[in-house]
Design a protein around this ligand. Structure first.
Ligand code: ZN
Length: 311
């Protein structure tokens, strides 16, 4: 009897998921979708796959829209707008990722700002139906300016238009895996597609582990994190596995608003490098940290990188 009692006591500690001790906001760029095929059915399937996984895991995500992808010639394709509405219906937020995904490091600021305003028309009206307004902006390529004047002028512009910058702490190369995955699926090679997906899930887990360690090394603590993903076929089919490994690491899923209440996000960011890097490193560089402390970021496996560059 005693033995039985011990066993029954012991079972829950193995079967009940770990109490969440970490927090993460999930953000998805390039809505409604980014794929080799641009037809509505493909984009609808991607939307459905991602939102199903988010519902299953109770993820209050935000999607960042490129409204140029809603256009069909001169008119706006209502079937594509419906994909954005599906995000809101699923309880997700929508943010602005510019109209046509320009590079702040490659076009004049005024032109970039025009593109940002052009990029909110549909989203603003969808949000208005629900008494909401766009509040979050995500820089394409995470390029935030290569001089402090441009960076600050654009931040003021965002502020004047009611936007706040959506930073990223868990940056990664999901789009490289995604391109290879989609091509492989299209070619009918399910076996290799599965291996690409498995490599992606393992890679993402190592990326998360790396940035957790970076957080502790650089700041002595792990802030509420912000993960960047893209709205692609790979995530439509496999993001549930990425979410599952986050749960296993003790994460609970929070809104971007909640994540950014973490004091980490009020640290100064004067980063003006050319690379679209994690905010963890922007804060650390601004604080004067340099060198080997940043080393060790997981790389994309060679066989995936080769296939990515292959065509
Ligand atoms: Zn993007």
């Amino acid at each position: 009897l005693l033995l039985l009692a011990l066993v029954s006591l012991a079972v829950p500690s193995f079967s009940v998921a770990q109490q969440p001790t970490r927090a993460i906001a999930i953000t998805v760029d390039d809505l409604p979708a980014v794929s080799l095929r641009r037809d509505v059915a493909t984009h609808a399937a991607i939307t459905r796959g991602i939102l199903d996984a988010f519902r299953r895991y109770g993820v209050p995500a935000i999607g960042f829209v490129n409204e140029s992808k809603l256009a069909d010639g001169d008119r706006i394709d209502s079937a594509r707008v419906a994909l954005l509405r599906a995000w809101l219906d699923a309880g997700m937020q929508l943010g602005n990722h510019s109209y046509s995904h320009p590079d702040l490091h490659g076009v004049p600021l005024e032109q970039y700002e025009d593109d940002v305003l052009r990029g909110e028309r549909v989203t603003r009206s969808l949000l208005a139906e629900r008494g909401l307004e766009p509040r979050w902006f995500r820089h394409p390529f995470l390029h935030t300016g290569t001089d402090l004047d441009t960076k600050r002028r654009f931040e003021r512009f965002l502020d004047e238009h009611g936007y706040r910058v959506a930073p990223v702490t868990f940056d990664n190369y999901d789009f490289i895996f995604a391109r290879v995955y989609e091509r492989t699926v299209e070619s009918g090679d399910r076996g290799t597609a599965q291996r690409v997906a498995d490599a992606y899930v393992a890679y993402m887990d190592s990326v998360v582990g790396y940035y957790e360690a970076q957080s502790r090394t650089l700041f002595g603590t792990e802030p509420a994190q912000v993960l960047l993903l893209h709205a692609n076929r790979l995530n439509a089919d496999h993001v549930g596995r990425v979410l599952e490994s986050l749960v296993r690491r003790g994460y609970r899923f929070v809104t971007i608003d909640e994540a950014l209440r973490d004091p980490a996000y009020s640290q100064p960011d004067e980063y003006i490098g050319a690379g679209g890097i994690t905010w963890l490193h922007r804060w650390a560089l601004t604080a004067g940290k340099r060198g080997a402390v940043f080393a060790g970021e997981p790389t994309v496996p060679e066989w995936i990188a080769t296939r990515f560059e292959g065509r």
